[in-house]
Ligand binder design. Sequence first.
Ligand SMILES: [Mn+2]
Length: 195
Amino acid sequence: MRHAQVNRNTLETRINLKVNLDGSGKAVLATGVPFLDHMLDQVARHGMIDLEVSAEGDLHIDAHHTVEDIGITFGQAFTQAVGTKSGLRRYGHSYVPLDEALSRVVIDLSGRPGMEFNVEFVRARIGEFDVDLISEFFRGFVNHAMVTLHIDNLSGANAHHQAETIFKAFGRALRMAVEADPRAAGAIPSTKGTL
Ligand SMILES: [Mn+2]
């Protein structure tokens, strides 16, 4: 089982996160940000990973620190859980539609943080949730998971749908990238011999 637990405490947030990359899609989420819980539930379900997140953040200011720091903590736990990446597929991609919305997410467990985020949300807020925080979440993840992540929203007329297709496609791309490649015979998937 590839799993990890990270506790991350700052003056802004206290986060406890557990991830199991070989899970069954079970999520236990109490981030204090209901829309983020809804999105992380998609990552777990469609990524077939088990995810437990509890957070106490400075929500009296806004959700910024909490969302960003959960991305960071998830990235740290992911790095631990994925280990040397030997025998893995390394690359993952997915297209996910939801009615009129369509997003594509492509991931490379490259060992180098990099993000291309091409998303124009049709609204600034989804309920109480500020859509700017979605890129903050992924940037936090990318910087600590040390992955290359391309996120493109290709269509959408509803911001909730746009967000949901992004998180679902992210989960599915992640699942593909961390899957064992039965033909790789445990080799590191790089001609450099390291990732
Ligand atoms: Mn929804």
